[in-house]
Design a protein around this ligand. Structure first.
Ligand SMILES: NC(=O)c1ccc[n+]([C@@H]2O[C@H](COP(=O)([O-])OP(=O)(O)OC[C@H]3O[C@@H](n4cnc5c(N)ncnc54)[C@H](O)[C@@H]3O)[C@@H](O)[C@H]2O)c1
Length: 384
């Protein structure tokens, strides 16, 4: 076995998602024949305490700093994973791209359309930099089954698509506020900015771009404890239900997109349902090892079938096909796709969300925000 190519990473933002990346790298040997191996050689967070976890768990970290510019000045660093609050995306992503570092940036890839446009402009000026947007849920094997069936063209005319991401912890009115509930840090999209890229990644990849949207936006919990004895305003939208129209060659079909922070009983449910005249398919992370499909021929029976899939991943691993696939596996598969493309591969046919897709998702969310505020149908402007 020859020495494996190493991509040297800096991590900016050592919170929840920064640690998930480190954990995925920790078991990189799980993957069969990846083109390269990521290694975290530098970390940055404005909270110095959070960097100890990285230096304690990874022997590879040679640089720690509270100023991300130190990472951009480090010539040893090839690529950056940036997982910071939304309000900082534009400034940091633009600086990272201009520094010539490859980037996996967290969604929503800019807090709003103006921020996203600034990131796209920096990328246009630096086309040699490889940039992708984080979105891991479509790497579940069941999601891949739905995607591949849709791509096959065998589903017939599409009747309807529904895609959603449902959370429920915010149903607790006493849950202490965090930055994701503050409009100034999370952005005016609220729950749509938090969950919209997850929901739109697959529809946009399949070419299903909403032409118009009508959104229902809900604010259900208006004040939350601040953890210091006071109640403070909770300024973001909790739930959004977007009813979109997607144009096809001969007509159009409805697409429903749900980004809900308050969905009773739903912990982290990502799902997609595609109903077609000849074939239909459904996957939800609630039943992570299964997908459902229905094949229909004129006059025949209409019977859904459920198939257990196990660990049939985009990137092969050492895990036997009969075993379960979960969230941490989806994260690792997304990273495998990023590394594969960075090294000249085709991501085994399913790449991470692209900057163009992130831009299209901003167009949809911007229209949905206007629609929800004014309660009217809004045309989606992809020209920005
Ligand atoms: N892909 C996913 O499934 C997923 C899940 C959760 C969050 N996210 C995204 O990840 C990003 C971060 O979210 P999180 O949940 O990890 O948040 P978090 O609050 O847990 O972590 C963010 C970290 O950024 C640090 N930070 C703030 N300002 C900084 C600066 N100027 N320089 C360096 N570090 C700074 C904070 O101290 C914090 O540790 C967001 O864009 C969010 O949308 C993605």
């Amino acid at each position: 076995m020859g020495a494996q190519k190493v991509i040297r990473f800096g991590v900016i933002g050592c919170g929840l998602m920064g640690r998930e990346f480190a954990s995925a790298i920790g078991r990189w040997m799980h993957l069969s024949n990846p083109k390269a191996r990521p290694s975290i050689i530098a970390v940055c967070d404005t909270n110095p305490d959070l960097m100890d976890w990285f230096t304690g768990n990874l022997g590879s970290v040679a640089q720690t700093t509270t100023d991300y510019r130190d990472l951009l000045a480090n010539p040893e660093i090839d690529a950056i994973y940036c997982a910071v609050p939304h309000v900082l995306h534009a400034q940091l992503y633009v600086d990272i791209i201009r520094a010539g570092k490859h980037l996996l940036g967290e969604k929503p890839f800019g807090m709003d359309l103006a921020q996203n446009t600034a990131i796209a402009a920096a990328l246009a000026e630096n086309p040699a930099v490889f940039v992708r947007c984080s979105s891991e849920m479509p790497f579940y094997p069941g999601a891949q089954k739905v995607i591949n069936l849709a791509r096959s063209g065998e589903m017939g005319d599409i009747i309807e698509v529904e895609a959603g991401f449902l959370h429920s912890s915010d149903i607790d009115p006493y849950k202490v506020i965090n930055w994701k509930r503050m409009e100034a840090v999370n952005g005016a999209y609220g729950c749509m900015g938090d969950l919209g890229m997850h929901v739109l990644h697959v529809p946009l990849r399949l070419g299903w771009r909403p032409k118009t949207v009508h959104a229902q936006l809900s604010k259900l919990v208006r004040k939350r404890p601040d953890g210091k004895g006071q109640m403070v305003d909770c300024t973001t939208w909790d739930n959004a239900t977007i009813s979109a129209q997607v144009e096809t060659d001969g007509g159009h079909f409805p697409m429903v997109l749900k980004t809900w922070r308050i969905a009773p009983g739903e912990a982290n449910t990502w799902y997609i349902r595609v109903l077609g005249m000849r074939k239909s398919a459904f996957f939800t992370t609630k039943s992570p090892r299964q997908w459902q499909r229905m094949d229909y021929t004129a006059g025949g029976a209409q019977a859904w079938s459920t198939e257990d899939l196990g660990y049939d991943s985009v990137f092969p691993t050492l895990t036997g096909k009969i075993f379960e696939f979960g969230f941490t596996d989806a994260i690792q598969q997304m990273w495998a796709a990023f590394i594969d493309e960075l090294c000249g591969g085709d991501a085994n046919g399913f790449a991470c969300a692209t900057p163009d897709e992130a831009g299209a998702h901003h167009a949809v969310l911007t229209a949905a925000l206007t629609s929800g505020r004014e309660n009217r149908v809004v045309q989606v402007d992809y020209a920005g």
